[in-house]
Ligand binder design. Structure first.
Ligand code: AMO
Length: 431
């Protein structure tokens, strides 16, 4: 019987000196120096050196080592010894070894990192074995944990809303149609309308789920399926939500700092070390600053990545843009009471990339209908949503955070595809 794994490689520390452990993982490297043979075993958490020494290691075990291939799956029972030479400060002297699966030569260079991104994405399940990817996606999970913790602390309830829907929420052109029995349905671009409706019952909700956009751009920061972290709170406005996002960003950066050493060893350099008060820059001020830099931009224009990057000169890598013109925001966005051309809205920008967007919402049916008509939308198509506003809709506000963009920007990755396990883009539907 093959024994169960007792430790991840990261748990094999010098304090275990003299103890027996069972490790399981993949052969990263074999170094055969004749009487001494080293096998580097990799698992999700890192590496451990296995030392096979003639005289000490059973002969039958020693003779197996030259037949190991890179990425063979092995289980090893052995004794831990603190070591001054081994990279991780420990080595393990095997007593028994089982080869559970053999591996052919890999289509991706996990060792030298020489494969290009298209090749890596084509063989993504293999590419995900690389130490760099393991660090990215274990950190991603820690980031999600940190975000959930902040939201739970503020009494948000985790929910799931339908991804197959009947009408558009964020604009018609970017919908994927699906055949739904006898009729056409769409994949949800965001849980916007559902999360708003839920503030009338659950008050504060969040959802972490895929969102679908049939955008044809093929850029480094657009995906056709991305993970959206959405939050919506009753009796809140956009400044409450920005306070919450500030807390989320602080928690996320400290989750990254806990992993920083491992990340940096792999060449990943998270740009943020801490998060203080995040500047809240009005759209008007941003336009003025951009004009002063010579950009050809006027009030009412959308800001592109280059402009948002230029603004980091004034505000640092992380800032909010607030109070956008109503013409730039969706129909559900509340206008400012004293300035109806502008809205109670914001984007959170990190290194020039918009990672979050949100607003105070309209909670009065007539106002919402008027905004729909102004944007050429037919309120009757939204009747099931609008009727909720007849039965006690609280004022509310929220956010939509693109998790893959967040991960990309936080880790300083150059392409959002690096921040998704299996990216879906204009030309990629597999694996
Ligand atoms: P918005 O359309 O700005 O707002 O989307 C919110 C956030 O989602 C991310 N995002 C994307 N990430 C990768 N690829 C894409 N194609 C893509 N599109 C958007 C971005 C963006 O900031 N309902 C509103 C949110 C709200 O007001 O609560 C919405 O969907 O990081």
């Amino acid at each position: 019987m093959v024994p169960r794994k007792t430790h991840f490689t990261s748990e094999v520390t010098p304090e275990l000196h003299g103890k027996e452990v069972v490790l399981a993982g993949w052969v990263w490297e074999v170094r055969d120096l004749g009487k001494v043979k080293f096998v580097i075993l990799r698992d999700r958490e890192g590496f451990v050196q296995l030392t096979f020494k003639s005289g000490r290691t059973p002969e039958e075990l020693l003779s197996k080592v030259p037949y190991l291939n890179k990425e063979d799956v092995i289980v090893v029972r052995g004794v831990v010894e603190a070591s001054r030479v081994a990279k991780t400060g420990v080595e393990v002297f095997p007593l028994e070894m089982w080869v559970l699966a053999k591996a052919k030569p890999l289509p991706v260079d996990l060792w030298g990192g020489t494969s290009d991104l298209p090749t890596r994405l084509k063989y993504r399940p293999v590419d995900l074995k690389s130490p760099r990817n393991l660090a990215i996606f274990t950190t991603a999970s820690e980031i999600l944990r940190a975000i959930r913790e902040v939201l739970y602390k503020h009494k948000f309830v985790e929910v799931f809303t339908p991804k197959i829907i009947a009408t558009s929420t964020e604009g018609g052109a970017e919908l994927f149609a699906v055949l739904y029995f006898e009729r056409v349905a769409y994949l949800a671009q965001s849980p916007q309308l559902y999360k708003e409706q839920l503030t009338a019952s659950l008050e504060r909700v969040f959802e972490i789920a895929p969102a679908y956009r049939a955008e044809k751009h093929n850029t480094d920061y657009h995906l056709n399926e991305f993970i959206s972290i959405d939050g919506e709170g009753a009796f809140m406005d956009y400044s409450d939500v920005m306070d919450l996002l500030e807390e989320i960003m602080r928690a996320v950066v400290s989750a990254i700092n806990a992993k920083r050493e491992r990340l940096e060893k792999l060449g990943i350099r998270p740009p943020l070390y801490d998060v203080g008060r995040i500047p809240r820059v009005s759209y008007d001020e941003a336009i003025d600053k951009l004009k002063s830099l010579g950009y050809d931009v006027k009030w009412g224009d959308d800001l592109n990545v280059e402009m948002q990057r230029a603004l980091t000169k004034f505000y640092g890598p992380l800032y909010f843009l607030v109070d956008f013109p109503a013409s730039l925001r969706p129909f559900y966005t509340k206008r400012k009471d004293d300035d109806p051309k502008r809205t109670e809205s914001y984007d959170l920008v990190l290194n020039g990339i918009e990672i979050v967007s949100g607003a105070t919402r309209i909670h009065q049916r007539e106002v919402l209908e008027k905004e729909m008509r102004e944007r050429g939308l037919d309120p009757s198509a939204f009747e099931s949503h609008l009727s909720v506003f007849d039965w006690g809709m609280p004022p509310h506000a929220g956010f939509g955070m693109g998790f893959n963009r967040l991960l990309m920007a936080l880790l300083g990755l150059s392409n959002v595809r690096e921040a998704v396990l299996y990216p879906r883009d204009r030309y990629r539907l597999e694996p």
